[in-house]
Design a protein around this ligand. Structure first.
Ligand code: UDP
Length: 239
């Protein structure tokens, strides 16, 4: 029998870059393996899990622009990159015994389902992990914004932003030894202190819809589980 968890339905945002591991590009099988184990732990507790994955390890629209690729074209390339990552995670999660669906905001029916909100919710209710690919389907947005948008649409309890650090700090902890980690902070304070949590579009969507965000370290073993169980030291809650 699974123990009670604080959150019943979560939207987990993973960056593409994190998937790349130390090399910074492509997909690191060791990271996939670790992430799948972490996700399995919360699925086993009966938590409904939706995932948005970035594409920064493969392509970013803005960087394409620097190499002469039109911004909009580059953004679509970035969205396609997120589908590649979504498929990689899907494969790994299934290897670890979970049921999954990839739903894409850009139709590509040979490889995944199109995104349909009601179907996404149905999949979640049936215990399937739903991975949202191709971002919002529109250029000039980010996968952080996708995470906020999809979380609101599927009525997730919280957005969990998995990063390389264990929360939001008063300054960059890599550069400033006096930087302190917040256990919890309001949307307003994040905004006023200009702390970097998500891009402003993503952040405002959460704030306006009273959707809390938790920033936590996805690379730390057991951290996702602790967050879902409501351990306040496992990350920073923005509310
Ligand atoms: N992208 C987009 N619209 C979206 C989501 C993503 O155009 O709704 C493009 C954008 O070019 C972005 C790229 O996809 O740079 C990859 O996403 P992101 O940079 O957010 O990935 P991450 O930084 O999380 O790896």
């Amino acid at each position: 029998m699974s123990q009670p968890t604080k959150y019943k339905r979560i939207l987990l945002k993973l960056s593409g870059e994190a998937l790349a591991g130390p090399s910074g590009y492509n997909i690191d099988p060791a990271v996939l393996e670790q992430y799948s184990k972490e996700i399995r732990q919360v699925v086993d507790m009966g938590v409904q899990v939706a995932i948005v994955i970035g594409g920064g390890n493969i392509f970013r629209g803005v960087s394409g622009e620097r190499s002469g690729i039109d911004r909009v074209q580059g953004d679509y390339m970035g969205m396609l990159a997120t589908v590649i990552n979504a498929m990689a995670i899907q494969s790994s999660l299934e290897k670890h015994g979970m049921f999954t669906r990839v739903m894409s905001a850009i139709k590509m029916e040979q490889v995944c389902e199109p995104y349909v909100r009601r179907r996404a919710v149905r999949h979640l209710e049936k215990g399937r992990v739903v991975i949202f690919g191709a971002g919002t389907g529109s250029p000039y947005f980010t996968t952080d914004t996708t995470a906020s948008l999809r979380a609101i649409e599927i009525e997730a309890d919280v957005v969990l932003k998995g990063t390389k650090v264990d929360g939001v700090y008063s300054a960059d902890p890599m550069k400033d030894k006096t930087a302190e980690r917040y256990t919890s902070i309001s949307f307003q304070d994040v905004y006023e202190k200009k702390l970097n949590v998500m891009d402003l579009t993503a952040f405002t969507l959460c704030q306006e819809n009273n959707l809390p965000i938790i920033v936590f370290n996805m690379n730390q073993q057991g951290s996702l589980l602790r967050v879902v169980q409501g351990d306040e030291d496992a990350g920073t809650l923005i509310h």
